[in-house]
Design a protein around this ligand. Structure first.
Ligand SMILES: N[C@@H](CCC(=O)N[C@@H](CS)C(=O)NCC(=O)O)C(=O)O
Length: 147
């Protein structure tokens, strides 16, 4: 059966199937092209997540990568709302975005921190909720916000 199937390669196609001999070559080229195209579009999507995250951090004084249901994120958001009333943190709820997992993967590589909240102030990585609360208690968060 296998031997019979292997006889039906493009080179050995019976004459009545009217395909050019170069069919198998064209088929391989087509596949190469589609896979090159596929990896190009994959790296494009990685680039856009990277661009999105880096632009968010670079263009906002306070950026919080969060998940809407996360209790630690709620504490961090409450701290900024209560103690930095004049500021408007840019909050990105990863669980409400189709690319949330990709963003989290990128942040893990960028900061070594996979958990949320993941807080940046004036382009500096502050860390998670524990780090943010501790920085606030030490007066460092205020200094960083008012750089
Ligand atoms: N000690 C961390 C705890 C953060 C944490 O455990 N966050 C959870 C969500 S509540 C998390 O990121 N889990 C992994 C995930 O959601 O992918 C902090 O203070 O930020």
């Amino acid at each position: 059966m296998l031997a019979r199937a292997s006889l039906l390669t493009a080179r050995n196609l019976p004459a009545r199937i009217n395909l050019p001999r170069s069919y198998s070559g064209a088929f391989i080229l087509f596949n190469l092209f589609s896979s090159a195209n596929h990896s190009a579009s994959s790296s494009k999507s990685i680039m856009s997540v990277q661009e999105f995250v880096d632009t968010a951090i670079d263009t906002h004084k306070i950026t919080v990568f969060s998940k809407s249901w996360c209790p630690y994120c709620k504490k961090t958001k409450a701290l900024f709302a209560a103690e930095f009333k004049d500021e408007e943190p840019y909050i990105i709820e990863l669980d409400e975005r189709a690319d949330g997992d990709e963003i989290q993967d990128y942040l893990a590589g960028k900061t070594g921190q996979r958990s949320v909240p993941n807080v940046f102030v004036n382009k500096q990585h502050v860390g998670g909720n524990d780090d943010t609360q501790a920085a606030f208690k030490k007066g460092e968060l205020k200094k960083l916000v008012h750089l």
